[in-house]
Ligand binder design. Sequence first.
Ligand code: COA
Length: 257
Amino acid sequence: MEDLETVLIEFDETSGVGTITLNRPESLNALNDQLSRDIVTGLQRLEEEELRVAVIEGVGEKAFCAGADIGGFSSESSVERSERPVHTFVSEFPVPVVAKIDGYCLGGGFELALACDLRLASADSEFGFPEVNLGLLPGAGGVQFVTKLCGPATAMELAMRGEHVSAEWAAEEGLVNHVYSPDQFESEVDDFVAQLAGQAPLAIRAIKKSARMAVDAGRSEGRQYDRRLFNELLTTDDFAEGAAAFSEDREPEFEGR
Ligand code: COA
């Protein structure tokens, strides 16, 4: 299947497994508008095939996705940039989507993994919501979703401290289904996904719908609410300072303005 500018697309006709590989290694697969669009287009193309399971992964072994593209943020175009319909598209995609996480899974990238239905991680992966270090909050409903999954204390610890947590910690909290040692990661994920792809397709679609109905009630309102908060924060001096500090590789000095 033909690749797009920022994603590689693969479809295995025998198993019905489709794979979208985020392909912006120069920025650790950071999500910009192009990548968000390409993920959606890639999934739409896979849906035209007899797709049983979709897998989203990051190119290489360093990152699944290091979050929103910090260089691409600007307060002038905040609404468009923070819309991120890709997260909604993935969670509403009719076929189960597996996030295959090897490396950094941060910010909007963590939210993308959380929008997927199942998360499989290599043991050396790192998770986190570092937005607070830029003076922001996760803008695609991450706090709300983690709150539903693990309760408010875990969600606030992740989003307020902004530190990275291990794959093991994420699995203990129920944020990751399975953690595999790096040398067995590829084969374990292949086996897991092949087993899923062999299940009755209509039944697993129905199971996804059922689970989503249970957890997604109010999710789109929640995302809109978070987007509004996010857009407000994008206009603050604190965010300007956070973004400048990141690009100048120094600690930010926030003043609460
Ligand atoms: N947006 C844009 N570029 C990013 C990025 C992001 N979210 N995350 C990493 N990059 C870029 C870096 O700027 C660097 O580019 P350069 O080589 O041109 O300088 C490249 O990816 C490699 O990252 P680097 O920081 O050198 O790797 P590292 O191993 O030292 O650190 C991270 C990796 C993920 C810990 C670090 O890059 C980081 O903290 N990234 C920001 C994560 C973040 O805050 N995401 C949420 C945004 S709201």
